[in-house]
Design a binder for this molecule. Structure first.
Ligand code: SAH
Length: 369
């Protein structure tokens, strides 16, 4: 007998979003401009407009022939999303935007400005199929996967907003974290296409440093191994939340398919292949997973795999509607951190932004009001 929520690994099939420039490879872009009777080099000009100038507006593309410019832009850049509402917090430095997609499906993303840079928390799926009971998105179920262009457009629009000083002084969008709605490794193809566009040098991509791109997962082991084989040194974050299977089966239901040890082994293989230190995410939930003995068990499991390969990012649980759980007491949180550090595990409490606009980790859920 089980009353556990059902995990949805594959997304319902729905009408596809229109094919967009950002979905295409460089060669497909060349084919498309040629089909429109234009020379191949127009593809590169469009890439410069999109990834470097961050524009899809034909009026800004003055190096293209005035005659066909509008048609070309209409063909290449069909509108994929429009902002419905925005909420700001942290004195204007955090902005959560609710987007509506071509089929009316809604998603959210969160842009966070720091003194010299900005970070986008990007959404890879509408809803999420992983059913973690402490996460608001997990309660929604999975509506559909986003296309690569739907994810990449979130990035372009955030990069543009950061550059144009919409969150204070102009800054560069330097970091992208796949910590918005959805399980990125359950939408593997579109997410990898996005990662490639993020790290490709301009004008073929946004030119971000791979280490500034964080892919966060509940621990889908086969997909983690696939990511390892890509050889792209992104930052991998594993949402562990418990060091023992008994508790993790409850709070991260996918643990019933891939255990704590299996997920940690896959994370270690990623470290071995890329040299990138893995982040272990751990939401501290009062009287659930915050005991010192669990911190010690976590430290032991990490240490037995090696030194210097991992750090732990505890985060006080953000409240979500209808959940009976709350964040750990600050005193308990401190002890948890100290226990990990005493056992030689680098540990930093994760910065949290936007909790008053339900824009913090695990709070993204679409409210129609
Ligand atoms: N599905 C991916 C990415 C989305 S969630 C994953 O689970 O990793 C991004 C992070 O926020 C994850 O570490 C997730 O466990 C955490 N999170 C979810 N709900 C939370 C909550 N209520 N409070 C704090 N963190 C939460």
């Amino acid at each position: 007998m089980t009353d556990r929520p059902l995990i949805q690994m594959s997304a319902p099939r729905r009408g596809k979003p229109p094919r967009h420039f950002a979905d295409l490879t460089h060669d497909e872009r060349i084919d498309t401009v040629r089909e429109m009777g234009l020379p191949a080099f127009r593809a590169k000009q469009l890439e410069t407009h999109y990834y470097t100038h961050l524009t899809v507006d034909p009026k800004e593309m003055t190096d293209l022939p005035a005659g066909g410019r509008d048609d070309l832009a209409a063909q290449m850049f069909p509108p994929l999303m429009s902002p419905l509402t925005s909420l700001v917090a942290d004195g204007g430095a955090t902005r959560k935007t609710l987007w509506t997609l071509h089929d009316g499906v809604k998603v959210e993303s969160v842009l966070m400005k720091y003194p010299e840079r900005a970070t986008l928390c990007v959404t890879s799926q509408a809803g999420c199929g992983m059913a973690c009971p402490f996460c608001a998105t997990g309660q929604m179920g999975l509506t559909r996967n986003l296309s690569a262009a739907e994810i990449i457009e979130q990035v372009r629009l955030a990069a543009r907003a950061s550059r144009d000083g919409e969150l204070g002084e102009p800054v560069r969008l330097s970091n992208v974290v796949f910590m918005g709605m959805g399980e990125p490794l359950a939408n593997y193809k579109a997410v990898m296409q996005t990662v490639r566009a993020l790290v490709a040098p301009e004008p073929h991509g946004f030119g971000l440093s791979a280490r500034h791109v964080t892919v966060s997962t509940v621990g889908l082991v086969p997909a983690m191994d696939k990511l390892t084989k890509e050889g792209i040194p992104v930052t991998l974050a594993l949402s562990l939340h418990a060091p023992d299977d008994e508790l993790r089966n409850e709070i991260v239901p996918v643990n019933t398919r891939w255990t704590v040890d299996e997920a940690l082994d896959a994370a270690y293989r990623f470290y071995e292949a890329t040299g990138r230190r893995v982040s272990i995410e751990y939401a501290l939930i009062r009287d659930m997973n915050d005991q010192a003995h669990r911190a010690a068990m976590l430290a032991r499991k990490l240490r037995e795999r090696g030194d210097g390969w991992v750090h732990v990012n505890p985060i006080p649980l953000n409240p979500t509607p209808g959940s009976k759980w709350t964040a750990s007491d600050p005193e308990v949180e401190r002890e948890f951190v100290h226990t990990l550090r005493d056992h030689g595990i680098p540990t930093t409490i994760r910065d949290t932004r936007g909790s008053d606009i339900d824009g913090a980790c695990g709070q993204l859920a679409i409210k129609e009001d």
